[in-house]
Design a protein around this ligand. Sequence first.
Ligand code: AVJ
Length: 331
Amino acid sequence: MRNLENAARLTSAAVAPATPVSTLAEDVHAGLLSRPRSLPPKYFYDDRGSELFEAICRTREYYPSRTEAALLAAHGREIIEYARCDHMLELGSGSSRKTRHLLDACDALGHACSYWPFDVSAQMMLDAGAALVHDYEWLSVHALIGDYTGGLDNLPLPSSGRRLIVFLGGTLGNFEPGPAQQMLEQIASLMRDDDQLLLGVDRVKDSATLEAAYDDAEGITAEFNRNVLRVLNRELGADFPVDSYRHRAVFDREHNRIEMRLGAQKAHRVTLPTLDTAIDMDAGEEIVTEFSHKFTPGSLAAMLQAAGLEVNRHFEADGGAYSLVLAGRQS
Ligand code: AVJ
């Protein structure tokens, strides 16, 4: 009986992109044939990549995930008391592990709401959803399967009720300033006067701490980075000599971002049969595989303001190491 009842509180739906999302082949063709060569970070996350990212979060050096989790645990009740949401939409929900701090707060406050995780990895969302409806008897989970970079216009959210839009993990930092702005504008377009955005972003700090966080001593981030070449070899029939690529993470203070790169240790040709092309990598030539922008309170407030949003609550980790902000539409 309980399982039937649980299952009834878990639904899923595919969400069509509002704007066309370029394919792996299109992104790789554009990225590898431009200078500097680059690859979008979203292709890190095949099953192996998702496992490696979970392992990165357990390294001593990579502080963002656990720092954010600690802020959510410490301020979850304040966030729910302020947002009083009926519907919680989470972009890039992944395992929803950190979201449990918010659901625990709802539980403690006797505040029921529905949860709308939106992510590309359907199975991870459904597994997480099944566990959530089991653990929270008052919760209904509506898994939305799709790519939020394709826009938020087609989300089947109820028209009535207060919304809390959750965007954690510092993932906004992977967007360059322009696309990040557009992403916030998309989110703002989903918000009415009583709705809130809960946004987690990493903060600017000393280069040593930042570079170590993206180049842990165990080499897990290096493996995570190289894994994107394995994805191209598998999905596009490429022949990257993966193990001969050197991982590098550099903090670019001018743009306040970590740049992850893969460097060819020797000159070689990579064939990409699916793209009917090949590239000649010079010795030492690098491919940019991820930007991770870091914010200051000022740059964060300015970007939110430009999207028509304003900070209502700002929860900072010790020493300003990480920021969790509750933002609403400008009054
Ligand atoms: C999950 C995208 C937020 O940029 O910090 C971790 C991914 N890259 N280590 C980040 C990542 C290298 C992470 N995000």
